[in-house]
Write a protein that binds this ligand. Structure first.
Ligand SMILES: Nc1ncnc2c1ncn2[C@@H]1O[C@H](COP(=O)(O)OP(=O)(O)OP(=O)(O)O)[C@@H](O)[C@H]1O
Length: 586
């Protein structure tokens, strides 16, 4: 946890102030016990006057009021420090994730990142708040109470030492047993988040296939797993109050017994074992017993919270320590000459393992301005191939060049500005159409928006909306159709004026006529831009300059539509199957 304290930043003063206030509050509480002890002794004196009672009464009120003030400010400061720490941690994690490559994200999984930024940070926040307040208060209370008890009577005070040692052994044993359970619980939380996210994301499909019962069952199973683990851990933790209560009773019985003997002996002038005690002393010892044992109880609670948050701290640190495996080189090039693309002996593995390549022996040269179609079965490596061009992933072996230079020599931002990809999983964000389009270029004028929307055949449907380009897109683009969403995403990519434009199955939901219009517009208006179109339908790529046929992570053939129809078996089969089906999507 200590390494994460640097994220306190502007809340450091609150974090320092809290234990100081706690110390002052504890001192005040101890002063109260001393005053009460003296007061009791004074009361047993027959000469006590009302003046004396007022004197002690006023003292008690003043000290109690000071304790209350310190306690309240301290509570406020600890909340400020803990919630400030969690805010800064979330910002730091979010910032870090923005720099992650796809490989980094794959390594954690999106679900786990969500749990780490929410549940784990909240866990740490709660544990830290408790620690700030109690971790300072409890040891000080114990220490001061022990000193005072030893001052009153060291022989009787030894009882505390024995009980404290026994309690520590018990607490340590419980903590060791619960830690692995909490470790497991957080991994299950990742799964739970995954199920919720998947369900909400695909709620239409769930309803369409009437899979609510199945989804409920899945959720119940995971919730059950969490409940089982928590019950197991709580059963162990339940020993905690049991041990505490036993310790309190043992302490009280022993101290009462020894004190009673001492008080009776002192009164009769025959002190047992040389122990002299007053009733006020006895009252104080009982108060110290409660203070010590309550502090131990609080410490044990913190210990349990620390156990729970230890795993969270580890998981937060993992995210913050993760280094993106995509770096800008020292002297990064920021100018991309043109849209020429060369793959030289490229192999790629998601696991970065040359033994497990999902793309291999890719040799390919694409001229700037060329239109390339890519066809291949599912899982044949089409998306993997194009993701290497804007460095969404790095090639495991070989070299990918754009504009005559290795992609790893470019500034990442410049490369990704020059290579626009409309990915298979299109995403629109909540906001107006204009705001969404300007993701491609924040400074684009309204005329430029209109122009790219015309090219992407989006203007025709946007102008039918009552609010036109100011139409509000709901989160995830749920209020536009799949085909409309795809066209908006293409328009957004066009706004970057890219040198390379990649459409990864991005017109699959667009009707064939509109699809053809988009391609025709590209050909006429973007002659300089290299266009790579991944598609399932032959009609989407047949007019490309060249078509690549992918199979099992390798290039099976490259040629024009006519050449491939004559010579390539896979292409012929796909063509024939689509001819028979009249074009799968039409
Ligand atoms: N993020 C990932 N992590 C690990 N393996 C992956 C990942 N994405 C894809 N793969 C695997 O890589 C191989 C190639 O997948 P890829 O997505 O490139 O195929 P594709 O031809 O684009 O398929 P489709 O047409 O279905 O989109 C597949 O075996 C797939 O399971």
């Amino acid at each position: 946890m200590i390494q994460l304290m640097k994220y306190l930043k502007e809340y450091r003063k609150d974090a320092v102030l809290t234990p100081i206030l706690v110390i002052l509050e504890t001192m005040g509480e101890l002063m109260l016990t001393v005053i009460i002890g003296r007061f009791i002794d004074e009361l047993s004196n027959s000469a006590t006057t009302m003046d004396t009672i007022w004197h002690y009464g006023v003292q008690l009120i003043i000290v109690a009021a000071i304790c209350l003030i310190f306690g309240s400010v301290c509570g406020w400061e600890s909340v400020k420090a803990a919630s400030g720490l969690s805010k800064n941690l979330r910002i730091a994690m979010f910032d870090k994730i923005q720099d992650f490559s796809f490989t980094n994200i794959d390594r954690f999984s999106t679900n786990s990142l969500v749990t780490r930024m929410t549940t784990d940070v909240t866990n740490l926040q709660n544990a830290y708040m408790m620690t700030l307040r109690v971790a300072a208060k409890a040891p000080i209370s114990i220490l001061c109470a022990l000193i005072m008890a030893f001052v009153i009577n060291w022989k009787i005070a030894l009882v505390y030492i024995v009980v404290i040692l026994l309690l520590f052994v018990g607490l340590f044993t419980i903590a060791r047993a619960t830690h692995p359970i909490f470790q497991r619980v957080f991994r299950t939380y990742d799964k739970l988040n995954g199920v919720v996210r998947e369900n909400l994301h695909g709620i239409r499909v769930v309803k369409g296939f009437v899979r609510e019962d199945f989804e409920n069952q899945k959720f119940e199973t995971i919730s059950g797993e969490i409940k089982k683990d928590f019950t197991k851990a709580e059963k162990l933790i339940a020993f905690n109050p049991f041990m505490m209560q036993t310790a309190i009773y043992v302490c009280l019985i022993f101290i009462s017994w020894l004190s009673a003997k001492a008080i009776v002996g002192s009164a009769s002038g025959v002190a047992v074992g040389g122990i002299y005690m007053t009733t006020g002393n006895f009252q104080n010892l009982i108060t110290y017993s409660m203070m010590i044992l309550m502090s131990l109880m609080m410490l044990s609670l913190i210990y349990v919270m620390m156990m729970m948050s230890r795993e969270s701290v580890h998981r937060i640190k993992e995210v913050l320590a993760e280094e993106s495996n995509l770096h800008n080189p020292e002297e990064a090039v920021s100018e991309i000459r043109d849209g020429e693309i060369i793959f030289e002996n490229v192999g790629f593995s998601y696991a970065d393992d040359p033994e497990k390549l999902c793309l291999s022996e890719i040799n390919l040269q694409i001229r700037s301005g060329e239109t390339i179609g890519i066809i291949g079965g599912t899982g044949s490596g089409k998306s993997s191939l194009i993701q290497l061009i804007p460095r969404l992933y790095d090639a495991t072996v070989g070299k990918v060049s754009v504009g005559g230079r290795d992609v790893r020599e470019y500034e990442l931002e410049a490369l990704r500005d020059a290579v626009a990809v409309v990915l298979q999983k299109n995403v629109l964000f909540s906001g107006t159409i204009k705001e969404n389009l300007r993701w491609g270029n924040a400074d684009a004028t309204d005329e430029e928006l209109l122009e790219v929307c015309r090219l992407a055949q989006a203007d025709s449907f946007i102008s039918t909306f009552p609010d036109g380009y100011d139409t509000y897109i709901e989160q995830g683009g749920t209020n536009v159709s799949g085909g409309q969403k795809q066209r908006l995403c293409i328009a957004r990519a066009l706004l970057k004026h890219p040198k390379v434009l990649i459409l990864d199955d991005s017109t699959s939901a667009v009707d064939t006529k509109t699809d053809a219009l988009i391609r025709r517009a590209f050909r006429s208006y973007l002659p300089e831009t290299t266009k790579i179109i991944i598609a399932q339908r032959i009609s989407s790529v047949e007019d490309a300059d060249r078509i690549i046929v992918m199979d099992g992570g390798r290039i099976d053939a490259i040629g024009t539509h006519e050449e491939l129809l004559k010579s390539n078996r896979i292409y012929q089969e796909v063509y024939e199957s689509q001819q028979k089906g009249g074009g799968e999507d039409e």
